[in-house]
Ligand binder design. Structure first.
Ligand SMILES: Nc1ncnc2c1ncn2[C@@H]1O[C@H](COP(=O)(O)OP(=O)(O)OP(=O)(O)O)[C@@H](O)[C@H]1O
Length: 231
């Protein structure tokens, strides 16, 4: 894909939302890093190194040692479903449990907030009546992101969120997330195999290795998202 302008969000130093300290799982780690309000941390690394498992440990989906703390609350001190509302994860291969798309969204979800997000990612309201079985891979990926945004997470963990998308939808997704970082101070951890994408979206970029995180891009701040600033 052609290199796009940066979507970094202008930032003064912001308070830390999420602290990951000495997190280890399987034979990997320990890993330590933090995510500030409105910050996007990019994670790269070779296939099989443990990026997905690190996100799953942070979402309290697999056992790990160490601590994951959100705004002073340790993941182990609160029920996992509550934690996952605050630290949402969009897996690379999102699961769907019901026949209809709409059954995966809360019935009382305010349409005036859901509809604009659907439209931003290329859907009309009637997508909620679609059978899950008809969804393309990219449609599943975009809808999984929208589903993860409904509980208004404080931090979002994204596992290759645009791997099945074309350039247009990738742009829309990156712009939506950049806006949420500005408007809601959403913190993001973004796993990608696309270095150009991480350079567009992330303030800091780490490469995951077996027992350490190498910070390869440090504190890129004070840059406005160009496409958003043109709006
Ligand atoms: N339950 C498990 N028991 C043992 N090993 C596991 C288990 N689950 C995953 N693994 C292994 O952990 C390693 C890390 O997997 P992970 O999915 O995190 O890699 P990744 O960095 O996300 O790779 P990719 O870029 O290919 O998606 C892999 O070698 C995988 O086979």
């Amino acid at each position: 894909m052609q290199e796009q302008p940066s979507l970094l969000v202008s930032q003064q130093p912001k308070p830390v939302l999420l602290d990951v300290t000495n997190v280890a799982f399987l034979t990997k780690g320990p890993y330590s890093f933090s995510v500030a309000a409105g910050e996007c941390v990019g994670l790269s690394g070779r296939s099989g190194i443990g990026k997905t498992q690190l996100l799953r440990a942070m979402a309290d989906l697999i056992p790990c040692t160490g601590n994951v703390v959100l705004n002073g609350i340790d993941a182990q001190k609160i029920p996992a479903p509550r934690w996952r509302q605050m630290v949402g994860m969009v897996p690379a291969d999102p699961q769907w449990w019901f026949d209809l798309v709409g059954d995966h969204f809360p019935k009382n979800e305010q349409m005036d907030t859901l509809l604009p997000t659907l439209e931003r990612l290329g859907f009309a309201m009637d997508v909620l009546n679609w059978e899950v079985s008809r969804l393309s891979t990219g449609e599943r990926q975009r809808l999984a992101l929208i589903r993860a945004l409904v509980p208004e997470p404080i931090v979002l963990l994204l596992d290759e969120p645009s791997s099945a998308l074309d350039a247009t939808h990738t742009n829309s997704l990156e712009e939506l997330l950049a806006e949420l970082r500005q408007s809601k101070e959403l913190g993001i951890v973004w796993v990608s195999h696309d270095p150009a994408q991480l350079r567009r979206v992330a303030n800091r970029i780490f490469t995951l290795e077996e027992h350490t995180l190498l910070e390869i891009v440090t504190n890129r701040t004070n840059m406005l998202p160009e496409r958003l600033s043109q709006a």
